[in-house]
Design a protein around this ligand. Structure first.
Ligand SMILES: [Zn+2]
Length: 352
């Protein structure tokens, strides 16, 4: 088997609100150590978005885009509701879940049939195939083929000196105003009037990601390609797995997308593409570091040289020398989405 990889780094200006809420009243802040001109600097509270949240939105984009193509019928009941990762157990003690699972409904019956079996049957659903799953009973699991780093802020000296953090943030109290709450209204309705906090943060953020496309449609537990996923379906899943990144590089990910958008400007987006590597390629250096693009180019160039394998770097918004040397090539594109179009072409995944 040879490895097929698509890796990505992105740097974007984000003025965001609640993008990373994992609890109702809090924007996520973490300590980050930076390497600066003067050595190392600790920023104890930097606004950050966990890789789990980015992965969640990649999953949603992936399923949404597959709903428009032929294999939409293979999307399972849970994934079609964007509830991925944890499969509903097929043997349960809970009365309500047991009743639901034994319902006559055809969709439920099929879900039960598929998720109750082995990995090669479960991954006929593209959601479990690409993003993995965990089933408690009977026990079964599959690792995700998609990995995301945290979205972390880069170090901007002037912002740090002015505010003491790389990502100024603010928690604002909002009040819901409901006209005419009747006297007899219940406690629940009256409480809707109460103030609630909302968090805002901004900064220049970056993340990295890698997707192991060679294992699409492949069962690890049976060490073979699944008979339940055709060659055409594998190709389509690989193509859509790359396209599912496109909303994320424009900031479209987060808890309040139902009614709001973060303000975002993509600055640098770089894809690293390996169509046929003998081993797994390393994941790219994170945009949190100033020289990440140069570091990545050097690392992948030496990797391509060592393993005699082809790697192409496709850059938007970065200063790099274009050119080709043996198996290694650097291409620059002028438009953001051309990064993805070029990557699909390099991997032979474009549609006609
Ligand atoms: Zn599914």
């Amino acid at each position: 088997m040879s490895y097929v990889h698509f890796a990505l780094t992105a740097k974007l200006i984000m003025n965001m609100h609640d993008l990373n809420n994992e609890r109702a009243e809090e924007i996520r802040r973490v300590p980050v150590v930076y390497r600066t001109r003067d050595g190392f600097k600790l920023v104890s509270e930097a606004v950050a978005v966990s890789g789990v949240i980015l992965k969640r939105y990649h999953f949603v984009n992936f399923i949404q885009q597959l709903m428009n193509v032929q294999q939409r019928n293979k999307i399972c009941l849970a994934c079609s509701r964007f509830e991925g990762i944890r499969l509903i157990p097929t043997r349960v003690d809970d009365k309500d879940v047991a009743a639901w699972l034994s319902a006559k409904d055809e969709e439920v019956r099929r879900y039960r049939e598929v998720t109750g079996r082995n990995e090669s049957e479960i991954i006929q659903c593209p959601g479990e195939d690409l993003h993995g799953f965990l089933r408690e009973r009977p026990p079964a699991r599959r690792e995700s083929l998609v990995h995301f780093s945290w979205m972390l802020p880069t170090y901007v000296e002037s912002i740090y000196e002015e505010t003491g953090t790389t990502t100024p943030f603010l928690v604002v109290q909002h009040t819901r105003v409901i006209k005419n709450i009747p006297e007899e209204a219940g406690r629940e309705l009256r409480e809707l009037q109460m103030p609630y906090p909302r968090a805002y943060g901004n900064g220049i953020f970056g993340f990295s990601s890698i997707v192991h496309l060679e294992h699409v449609g492949y069962s690890f537990t049976e060490a073979k390609r699944s008979n339940n996923v055709s060659d055409d379906e594998v190709k389509e899943r690989r193509r859509v797995a790359i396209l599912a990144y496109t909303p994320i590089v424009t900031g479209l990910a987060g808890a309040t997308l139902a009614r709001a958008l973060p303000s975002c400007k993509p600055l640098e987006v770089v894809a690293y593409v390996a169509p046929s590597s003998p081993i797994s390629i390393p994941s790219p250096s994170h945009p949190i570091y100033d020289d990440y693009v140069e570091q990545n180019v050097k690392m992948y160039k030496s990797f391509a040289n060592l393993f005699k394998t082809k790697i192409t770097v496709i850059g938007y918004g970065v200063k790099l020398e274009e050119g080709r040397e043996k198996n290694f090539e650097v291409k620059l594109v002028k438009e953001l989405y051309d990064v993805f179009a070029e990557a699909l072409r390099e991997l032979g995944l474009e549609t006609t």
